[in-house]
Write a protein that binds this ligand. Structure first.
Ligand code: MMA
Ligand code: CA
Length: 170
């Protein structure tokens, strides 16, 4: 075993884990952790007051991508209907929120910020959207007729955003 694994085996934190935690600590001084499974040594954490779903943590931010990045997160990538259903519980019906989805060239080549392949079968566009080649960013918002869905919009129009990061395992 390499020293990192030996430290883990003794229930201690390896030096690489500790340096990662020190980095997180700068912008997330407080974490909320839950025990993962049966082993009391395995905890997964989200910054307080972020919310958690499966292996990720979520936060509603007032700014755009840079705003998520400084917190060690990125704009949200929505991978499933279940994930979207979780996310919308924390949104306000009269606000719009940037997703980590864009079409930089205006050629309808939608790209997720984390390089997840864009899958038409797992998109939740409002009906009639996307509808404008000049609208190269995507938001989620509420329309009374069809509830929560996505819309392409101009990137420079300020909106709130949803940040997502991997849970922190300690
Ligand atoms: C706005 C803007 C568009 C959207 C239409 C839908 C007028 O433009 O939000 O992105 O497609 O509304 O009517
Ligand atoms: Ca649109």
């Amino acid at each position: 075993m390499v020293p990192e694994e030996e430290a883990q085996d003794r229930g201690e934190h390896s030096s690489s884990q500790l340096s990662k935690l020190r980095e997180y600590q700068q912008y997330h001084p407080s974490l909320t952790c839950v025990m993962e499974g049966k082993d009391i040594e395995d905890w997964s954490c989200c910054p307080s007051p972020w919310t958690s779903f499966q292996s990720s943590c979520y936060f509603i931010s007032t700014g755009i991508q840079e705003n998520c990045s400084v917190m060690g997160a990125d704009l949200v990538v929505i991978n499933t209907r279940e994930e979207q259903d979780f996310i919308i519980q924390n949104l306000k019906r009269n606000s719009s929120y940037f997703l980590g989805l864009s079409d930089p060239g205006g050629r309808r080549h939608w790209q997720w910020v984390d390089q997840t392949p864009y899958n038409e079968n797992v998109t939740f566009w409002h009906s009639g959207e996307p509808n404008n080649l000049d609208e190269r960013c995507a938001i989620i918002n509420f329309r009374s007729s069809e509830e929560w869905g996505w819309n392409d919009i101009h990137c420079h129009v300020p909106q709130k955003s949803i940040c997502k990061m991997k849970k922190i395992y300690i």
